[in-house]
Design a protein around this ligand. Sequence first.
Ligand SMILES: Cc1cc2nc3c(=O)[nH]c(=O)nc-3n(C[C@H](O)[C@H](O)[C@H](O)COP(=O)(O)O)c2cc1C
Length: 194
Amino acid sequence: MTLDASALDTLFREARTHNGWTDQPVTDEDLHAIFDLLKFGPTSANCSPARFVFVRTPEAKEKLKPALSAGNLEKTMSAPVTVIVAYDPKFYDQLPKLFPHADARAWFVSSEALATETAFRNSTLQGAYLIIAARALGIDTGAMSGFDKGKVDEAFFAENGWKSNFLVNLGHGDASKIFGRSPRFEFAEACQIV
Ligand SMILES: Cc1cc2nc3c(=O)[nH]c(=O)nc-3n(C[C@H](O)[C@H](O)[C@H](O)COP(=O)(O)O)c2cc1C
């Protein structure tokens, strides 16, 4: 089945990156609903390395604040929720549960480089699934890489060793704060069919 045009607009054509937010909250139920969709997005060997910290309380926002770049400060501090999309570098310890029909853990324990590349690639994908899942549920997003990863890791992951990848603000967007839509490539500029 194909989604109708209005669903495609919601997910892609009319979805925008947001910089300001209305007072409408994002509930814990919304966060569960987003996760319960994004978790079905594919990852290699089903490794699911992403870990998500939903930063909502003023105390947690204050912990995040010193790591934010100047341009990302105000919109992040005012967002109903900011997601730290992170990954667990030891994601492979969960593979006996997540990929039980093969000894996939063994592929990664012997190569830290392969484990890191796999964790980064697949957690990035899972962050993208989060953006699309949020949009599908009527929640606006604003992704950000403009922050100090070391500071976030120290503030949030000193104990569990997770590594931050990127941030995503969640809320209901204030349309007056959206930038003009930047150009996109035509098919021929970015694609080859060989
Ligand atoms: C991984 C990622 C990192 C980004 N980092 C930032 C950022 O640090 N600050 C910012 O204002 N926008 C950031 N953006 C937003 C992009 O600039 C924006 O998505 C792009 O220009 C397209 O805008 P549109 O979705 O409204 O068409 C980021 C987007 C992504 C996906």
